[in-house]
Write a new protein. Sequence first.
Length: 149
Amino acid sequence: MRLIIYLLAIILVNLMVYNNSYGQCTVSATNINFGIYDINSTTNLTSTGTISVTCSNDTNVVIAIGQSIHGGINPRRMKHSIYNDFLSYNIYQNAGMTTIWGDGTNGTTPMIINRIGRNKTYTYYGTLFAGQDVSSGTYNDSLTITITP
């Protein structure tokens, strides 16, 4: 029997706009969708999204992604829409999925950009870990992206 689980990790952009003598920056992001999760599979599901940063001046910034609204940053957790079931996943800065994109806590690393320029887009990589025994249904999460000088 195949268990169907629909997954969506929502990257909530907490439109952290900053203004200082160096200029102003805003951030936006696309959501990721891991698709259908098979609890019997031994293969992680992966997906990608983008984070776009727009600054009024060429400046240095730190881009941090916060913890799951359901608790945890390493790993993060998606919650079932009805039940108290959770799926562990994470967001990475690199395609090899070795650098967890976070806020600098619990083994995560914010992205530090020197001289970002006016408009930049960065790809982020998501992994939903295999081998989790959960109920079928829809799972989601929201994350906050913060940009600081």
